[in-house]
Design a protein around this ligand. Structure first.
Ligand code: ATP
Ligand code: MG
Length: 390
């Protein structure tokens, strides 16, 4: 019996005339995920993809890789048989014997795309269910709360039989919704923000503000590891490490230190926007969350937004910390984020940070600095690394 993987995709259905574009992006992402698993073929039909020809020994590994592809709604390992009823019956018995050898209560869920098939879907379910009961011990039917379901899909000449529907990440295929410049610190939040936008089809580039010797190379390495985890979701990430020390020291020496955080954040935004525009990113992306710390108030966000024109996306704005932590654990960034290496913002943290800054007062402080000169100098001492490329 031929084994294939059946892949479902969700929202792309809704995209009307752009549908071929989204499907193409999804095909590319699936092919990348299946690379190295043998001489695979990918067919497409009726809102599904069918992946065949892979190394059967590594099916579990391949399924795990596909369940990380954005745009994939779910995956089912399926057996393919001819669509004649007799083949469906025998194939169903083989599948159930192999996958549910302990028996149990079950239900057959059948559907057919060919309305000229001699039986309708209810009749197929009843027929196949009856055949299983006659030919295998330990089975009984429970249509309400079965221990397992056997799915039968009749499509043209072929029938697909499977017992598992394994959820994928959903979302949209990577590269279908543009690029973002992620402000990536070593903390818990920003990698999660990055993941959330990737899941909506956005490719990432990242910027890290590095303040040696106030922050160590270990802190920098931590950010590189986070970028590596994110790149594992389908796109290499260019990481810009911007030399931020001189900017922080200049603010510290010349300005009222109660404004330290907000002034730093305005520099970060300006620099991130410059890098974004050079690399075709249409938005900035941060891990900010309303009310979490002094700088994350509406007023502070208004004052940081005031230095940039690109939209600033903050997908975590309304999430509780526990929800963010759960997500970080799920996507594999949490253990790296909690490594104890300091962030540049914590080194220069003011004693009485202004929580509701007024733009006028911030501008007054900023006039004490050569903003453009500091930014040019910082960018000159910056480096870019490609993370997760081939
Ligand atoms: P995170 O957990 O992402 O570090 P946080 O809760 O510590 O966030 P802040 O320190 O106020 O919050 O930072 C808010 C956001 O600013 C971060 O989520 C990140 O997007 C950005 N950011 C802060 N520090 C840096 C840095 N050193 N390099 C790059 N981006 C930074
Ligand atoms: Mg932080």
């Amino acid at each position: 019996m031929e084994k294939i993987l059946l892949l479902r995709y969700g929202e792309i259905h809704l995209k009307g005339l752009n549908r071929p574009f989204f499907e193409h992006k999804l095909v590319q992402a699936i092919k990348v995920a299946a690379r190295g698993f043998g001489d695979t073929q990918l067919e497409h039909g009726q809102g599904r993809f069918f992946l065949s020809g892979y190394d059967a020994q590594r099916e579990g590994e391949l399924i795990a890789a596909l369940r990380r592809v954005f745009g994939v709604h779910s995956v089912s390992p399926a057996a393919v048989v001819a669509s004649e009823l007799e083949s469906v019956r025998r194939g169903a018995l083989d599948v159930v014997r192999a996958e549910q050898s302990a028996g149990g209560t079950f239900k057959v869920e059948a559907r057919r795309s060919n309305k000229r098939y001699p039986l309708n879907s209810v009749q197929i379910g009843a027929d196949v269910g009856g055949y299983l009961l006659e030919n295998m011990q330990g089975l009984s039917v429970d249509v309400h709360q079965p221990q397992f379901r056997l799915y039968v899909e009749i499509r043209g000449e072929k029938a697909y039989l499977y017992t598992h529907i394994l959820p994928g990440p959903g979302g949209m295929p990577l590269g279908s919704a543009g690029r973002a410049m992620l402000l990536l610190s070593g903390g818990i939040d920003s990698p999660v923000a990055g993941y959330m936008l990737m899941r909506r089809g956005v490719e990432l580039e990242a910027v890290y503000f590095n303040s040696p010797p106030h922050t160590t190379e270990r802190a920098h390495l931590k950010v590189k590891k986070l970028a590596q985890v994110l790149s594992g979701y389908g796109c290499p990430i260019r990481l810009h490490s911007v030399y931020f020390t001189d900017i922080q020291e200049a603010i510290y020496e010349k300005c009222d230190t109660d404004y330290m955080t907000i002034l730093m954040r305005r520099f970060m935004m300006r620099i991130a926007q410059r890098l974004a525009l050079e690399s075709d990113c249409g938005c900035l992306l941060t891990g900010e969350n309303l009310g979490q710390v002094a700088s994350q108030t509406m007023q502070a966000m208004a004052v940081t937004n005031a230095v940039v024109d690109l939209p600033v996306f903050r997908p975590l704005i309304a999430h509780d910390k526990t929800e963010i932590v759960d997500k970080a654990q799920q996507i594999g960034t949490f253990d790296i984020s909690i490594e104890p290496y300091e962030d540049c913002c914590t080194v220069f943290v003011p004693r009485h940070p202004v929580t509701k800054p007024r733009l006028k007062a911030v501008l007054y402080e900023e006039r004490k600095l050569d903003v453009e000169g500091l930014i040019d100098a910082a960018l000159q001492k910056s480096e870019t690394t490609l993370i997760g490329g081939e």
